[in-house]
Design a protein around this ligand. Structure first.
Ligand code: PGA
Length: 230
């Protein structure tokens, strides 16, 4: 029996209407055997016509509405057709100074709005070198979630994001098993330099519930090949 996985495309601040057209045409033409979620920028969300896949946002505010210039609420995302939202990506944590507490509030707001939060956690290169990974992840897990079982946990070592340096599969397995010991009822996915070359090996393990894919998701055909790789 097929072990269904969750594959999330994180476009970050990339993509245009032409790429969206390709995704709409190429993905909708298929019966996808996994749960596929495409997360473009906020402004691109309305241009998707997802039939075989779902759409999600890359962030949200934790307020429902009000005087928060430039922010987007989970309720607005839900209204526009998003079903998922990435929260606490390391680029938000670092570039926008988001704390565990802020991420926890966003997760709660997203959950209350009926979205499925994808909460990212991950250690820095320094944490990894100093063998602090499990301490860091445990703190992030406890402080940046509300322990909703519907939340998807995305383990993304910061040193692996966009570097082409994914951890060895044994390390991914060890870390996911550590996370699942704390959150046994949540889906846990892996992200960081997932490519057409390594996705099969990563997804082959039963502990890995899916992948969060950045750079390699920016080509519709490559992304489809990745979905079909397992
Ligand atoms: P990458 O990004 O696949 O380009 O490494 C993953 C992410 O940041 O979600």
């Amino acid at each position: 029996m097929l072990n269904k996985k969750t594959l999330v495309a994180n476009w970050k601040m990339n993509g245009d209407k032409e790429l969206i057209t390709q995704f709409n045409e190429i993905l909708n033409n298929q019966t996808l055997k996994h749960d596929v979620i495409v997360c473009p920028s906020f402004v691109h969300l309305p241009f998707f016509h997802p039939l075989s896949f779902k759409i999600g946002a890359q962030d949200c505010d934790f307020h429902e509405k009000g005087a928060f210039t430039g922010s987007i609420s989970p309720v607005m995302l839900k209204e526009i057709g998003a079903t998922y939202v990435i929260i606490g990506h390391s680029e938000r944590r670092v570039q926008h100074f988001e704390t565990n507490r802020v991420i926890q509030k966003k997760e709660e707001a997203a959950h209350n709005a009926g979205l499925i939060p994808i909460v990212c956690i991950g250690e820095t290169q320094e944490d990894y070198t100093n063998k602090k990974t499990f301490d860091v992840l445990k703190k992030q897990l406890i402080e940046s979630t509300n322990q909703f079982t519907s939340t998807i946990i995305a383990y993304e070592p910061i040193w692996a994001i966009g570097t082409g340096l994914a951890p060895h599969i044994d390390e991914i397995k060890n870390t996911l098993s550590f996370i699942k010991n704390i959150f046994p009822n949540n889906q846990v996915i892996y992200g960081g330099s997932v490519s057409l070359d390594n996705i099969q090996q990563i997804l082959a393990h039963e502990l890995v519930d899916g992948c969060l894919i950045g750079g390699a998701s920016l080509n519709a055909n490559t992304f489809l090949d990745m979905i079909n790789a397992v």
